[in-house]
Design a protein around this ligand. Structure first.
Ligand code: CO
Length: 214
């Protein structure tokens, strides 16, 4: 029931104040997160919950299939504010196995507007078709594509003028690609990140962190 949410909120706020009377006055005065999270909208992958971070500790942008469209004014506004004003140190692009967006991108059906949104996933699949074809099991192939797409979004992010400008001014800023397993609740570092103008250290080529996970 919707009223349960409001009741829970009162309990939560009361408990927070009981533990720390200044909790809300301190948070309302300032947010100083170290992390920007770019994740999937999927309700099963809530940034704060799975990383154990409190309010104020992570700045969050989520969209279907955690994509970085470089003309996306929403994402770019979040990114610029995070880098220039909040001076965050780490950007985490986090996808997940069993992503419905990745599945919809590849199922061959027409879904509407979302097909345009999901185009970068098909681009990644086409670009790396040779590797994907070697994966026999269709579900496993989709999970491999989830990883490839995350790496591609890290790379795309690293090429944005916002990020390149920050690096050229010597800002301490790293981008990471992580994948989350719905079936075990664990995050894995795909080691496809980058922290300077040289770009990503490596695409997730041979490495396959989550083989067998869904
Ligand atoms: Co998803």
């Amino acid at each position: 029931m919707l009223s349960d949410l409001l009741d829970h909120n009162i309990q939560w706020a009361t408990e927070k104040r009981r533990q720390d009377p200044d909790y809300f006055s301190r948070l309302s005065a300032l947010q100083r997160p170290d992390y920007l999270w770019i994740g999937c909208s999927d309700s099963r992958v809530p940034a704060n919950v799975i990383t154990g971070l409190e309010p104020g500790e992570v700045f969050v942008h989520r969209n279907v299939a955690n994509l970085v469209h470089r003309g996306d004014i929403n994402l770019l506004s979040v990114l610029e504010y995070a880098v220039e004003s909040l001076e965050i140190k780490h950007i985490i692009v986090c996808g997940h196995y069993g992503c419905g967006g990745v599945r919809a991108a590849m199922d061959g059906h027409r879904h509407g507007l979302i097909d345009h949104w999901l185009q970068p996933i098909r681009d990644t699949a086409d670009r790396r078709a040779g590797e994907l074809e070697k994966v026999g099991d269709p579900e496993t192939r989709l999970n491999r594509l989830c990883e490839m797409s995350i790496a591609a979004q890290v790379e795309s992010l690293s090429r944005t003028p916002i990020i390149r400008s920050a690096w050229s001014r010597g800002k301490d800023l790293a981008i990471h690609g992580w994948v989350y397993g719905l079936s075990d609740g664990l995050l894995r570092d795909l080691e496809c990140g980058c922290d300077g103008l040289a770009g990503p250290r490596a695409e997730v080529e041979g490495k396959w962190v989550g083989q067998g996970h869904a």
